[in-house]
Design a protein around this ligand. Structure first.
Ligand code: ATP
Ligand code: MG
Length: 391
């Protein structure tokens, strides 16, 4: 049985004791079938959200009304959260905006979901409900839209990106032709999506498997060029070939290196991400394999080296475009260097007759400057000796 694959189903059983009609849905069912770890337990149920909340609370289960208006209630059991959503159907109104209404019909709820592999559900008797052939598609590694691909993308253009995210993980390497044609047909709608939604799907693609292939497929249908300014898949491939750490932001930067400002504006990156990108893009002297241990220690005492190390991967990608003994040796040398710590503090200043006030900082700075000039090697006694000799 599929439920046996869950490491712990006590929480689920408690939910099922008050909501016997509820079923696991979406990614959890797909991943149970695929035999990969399940990270979110999402349920759907025919009862309206207020009723779901009432029953759970009646059983002493903690409830967070996450999105009552969307039909979602979060149950918390032993600090595990479960999203429980009332079955929904899209009611067409003016043809542009769909109104969501509750339903009792499992097929209608499944029909709203994006891909056949995401549209299955699993009830408490461990029975699989598969309305659109998701199990077979999962087995044969086919990511297919539920219904007409073009219409489904017109309803929500984000599905074009979601298609490539899921195809990377569950596809065969040959993306569904109908889906690809539909994506190219509907490219004009991508611009209507919010930057946050696009960025969130894009980052999942960038941290996912088969990235080079996926990016190539997205470029082939024209999707990549619509979401990113002047993308350069070859530059990304060089970074991947170097064996750089799998950080999505670094990959994104490699993909669009010439346009970091546009990128920042278009994807509304966080300030922290923007600061990281500024270091990668700056033309200040970065790390180079020729640097001595003394230089590196000094640099490390002055600043956080992580962004510079990441930049070294970008440099390697540009210059070598593959594995490189010299760069690798350089980075392991860097890793082996201990983090230098200036050995004196304000207490030492006071103990050496410096009066409280700005003099303390000046005394420390003088010691620190000398210590750095010596490659951060002098110990506490040597620093004190220097300061005593140079009052
Ligand atoms: P993951 O394991 O990556 O979280 P997931 O399948 O849980 O995968 P989510 O984005 O968390 O993906 O969405 C949960 C489920 O909700 C999906 O499996 C799908 O059934 C449905 N879904 C989510 N977003 C959409 C969408 N834009 N259009 C249609 N259905 C969607
Ligand atoms: Mg999920």
């Amino acid at each position: 049985g599929l439920l046996e694959r869950l490491p712990d189903r006590k929480g689920l059983d408690r939910i099922w004791s008050v909501l016997p009609e509820a079923r696991l849905v979406g990614g959890s069912v797909r991943d149970l079938l695929a035999g990969v770890p399940v990270h979110d337990l999402d349920l759907a149920t025919p009862e309206p959200p207020e009723e779901v909340q009432r029953r759970l609370e009646g059983a002493g289960i903690r409830v967070i009304p996450t999105g009552l208006s969307h039909g979602t209630v979060t149950a918390v059991l032993d600090s595990v959260t479960y999203e429980i959503t009332t079955l929904r159907r899209d009611e067409e109104t003016d043809g542009r905006h769909a109104v969501v209404v509750w339903t009792q019909d499992w097929t209608e709820d499944a029909a709203r979901r994006d891909f056949t592999i995401n549209a299955m559900s699993l009830d408490r008797h461990d029975r699989l409900h598969d309305y659109f052939g998701g199990q077979e598609d999962l087995r044969s590694r086919q990511v297919r839209f539920v219904g007409d691909a073009s219409r489904r993308i017109a309803e929500d253009a984000l599905r074009a990106l979601r298609f490539f995210r899921f195809d990377a993980r569950y596809g065969s390497g040959r993306p569904d032709t109908a889906a690809c044609e539909a994506v190219s047909e509907q490219l004009g709608l991508i611009g209507t999506l919010s930057a946050e939604r696009v960025a969130s799907e894009l980052f999942r693609i960038l941290s996912g498997p088969r990235l080079a292939e996926t990016i190539a497929a997205m470029a082939a249908v024209g999707l990549l060029q619509v979401i990113l300014p002047n993308p350069d898949p070859a530059a990304l491939n060089r970074l991947l070939n170097c064996g750089a750490p799998g950080k999505p932001l670094l990959r994104l930067f490699a993909l669009c290196h010439e346009s970091s400002r546009v990128l920042f504006g278009r994807l509304k990156l966080s300030n922290a991400d923007a600061a990281r990108i500024a270091v990668w893009a700056s033309d200040k002297p970065a790390l180079s394999p020729g640097m001595s241990d003394d230089d590196l220690r000094r640099l490390r005492a002055e600043q956080d080296l992580d962004p510079l190390v990441e930049r070294s991967w970008l440099q390697q990608a540009r210059l070598t475009g593959g594995p490189d003994r010299i760069w690798d040796g350089f980075r392991s040398r860097l890793q082996a260097l201990p983090q230098p710590q200036f050995p004196l503090s304000g207490k030492d200043a006071l103990a050496h007759g410096i009066l409280p006030g700005p003099g303390i900082g000046q005394w420390l700075k003088k010691g620190r400057d000398w210590w750095m000039a010596q490659g951060c090697l002098p110990d506490r006694a040597q620093c004190l000796a220097y300061l005593v000799a140079h009052p």
